[in-house]
Design a protein around this ligand. Structure first.
Ligand code: AMP
Ligand code: MG
Length: 314
């Protein structure tokens, strides 16, 4: 009996999963995979397939690649159903769902505004008020209709432009984790810039240790121990621009059409990274009380806002 037990323990140790890590620049950020697998070969195979899926998502959904399927939609006639690829349809369906859930605080149809705003940030000059007004008339998630039975979308105003920048990294992280699950590698974590999606915890641990910048202070980090969920942080710490003495975030306030001009930061824990990514962006747009009320409504979600340190939900 003792020999058998010793042999079992020994063989388990011999075959214990090892930790593997893979990185690739993608979607303007660094994607990092951490996984526990029985061999380098198995881990490598899953990571190649997962990166290929993320690249495919980027190719259809990027608002930087001029001929991406998403940007090509802006050239199509309005008020007519357009058949889109299955991959893009699923991404848009999920994005529109998050827009409805957040009552438009997260809105994937803000493309005309994000385009103008990106240019203003580059030139460090405010956009003309008429341009903003015109772009606002071509924005609003209610102008984007989807029909799942025909896999079509309809753009209901001219000048529309879709932007999945606030959700695509989360969607890619979810898709990548699903591929690791298909390869039976459940002890995996995918980091896509400020968005992390985790499977089961590493062997012998309670969860993955995630460093989250202390909100409102670039220098400090808080650590969270999490598994089987996702966490995203959004804010103006990195991509803000100062124009005429006012600091504007890269996140657009749909009410004004301008970058948010108050300090914003939010960390959201949610069941999936598509949710946490979109919700973190939305919680920056919403005032703290509205953000807390929204997160409390959604099962499995937690919100962390900058000082006064508060948490709600779950
Ligand atoms: P994130 O870093 O996830 O908060 O996403 C920010 C990116 O999402 C921006 O660079 C824009 O491309 C896009 N975006 C800006 N404002 C919004 C908004 N209110 N709703 C949805 N997407 C937005
Ligand atoms: Mg986001």
């Amino acid at each position: 009996m003792r020999i058998l037990l010793t042999w079992l323990v020994f063989s388990h140790l011999l075959h214990a999963d090892e930790r593997y890590e893979f990185e690739r620049p993608l979607m303007g950020t660094l994607f990092r995979i951490q996984t526990y697998a029985p061999s380098q070969e198995v881990a490598q195979k899953a990571s190649m397939a997962a990166f290929a899926e993320a690249e495919a998502i980027n190719e259809v959904a990027s608002d930087y690649i001029a001929d991406s399927e998403l940007l090509q939609l802006s050239k199509k006639p309005t008020h007519q159903p357009i058949v889109v690829s299955m991959r893009l349809f699923c991404l848009l369906e999920q994005a529109r769902h998050m827009a409805v859930l957040t009552d438009g605080a997260f809105d994937p149809t803000l493309g005309p505004l994000t385009k103008i705003w990106r240019e203003s940030r580059r030139r460090q000059k405010m956009p003309a008020a008429e341009m903003i007004q015109q772009a606002r008339e071509s924005s609003g998630y209610r102008l984007l209709a989807l029909d799942a039975s025909k896999r079509t979308i309809t753009l209901k105003a001219s000048g529309m432009r879709l932007d999945l920048g606030g959700i695509a990294k989360g969607q890619a992280a979810d898709a990548m984790l699903a591929i690791f699950f298909q390869h039976q590698l459940r002890r995996t974590s995918i980091t896509a810039g400020g968005d992390v999606r985790m499977g089961d915890p590493p062997p012998g641990q309670k969860g993955w240790t995630i460093g989250v910048r202390a909100l409102g202070n670039d220098m400090e980090e808080t650590t969270l121990t999490l598994s089987d969920c996702a966490v995203s942080t959004s804010g103006d710490l990195q991509q803000a621009v100062k124009i005429d003495g006012v600091r504007y975030a890269h996140i657009i306030d749909p009410q004004t059409g301008l970058g948010l001009s108050r300090p914003v930061a939010a960390t959201v824990i949610a069941p999936t990274a598509a949710q946490s990514d979109a919700l973190a962006t939305a919680c920056c747009v919403l005032m703290p009380e509205q953000a807390r009320a929204l997160i409390c409504k959604i099962p499995g979600c937690t919100l962390r806002l900058p000082d006064p340190a508060t948490e709600s939900g779950r």
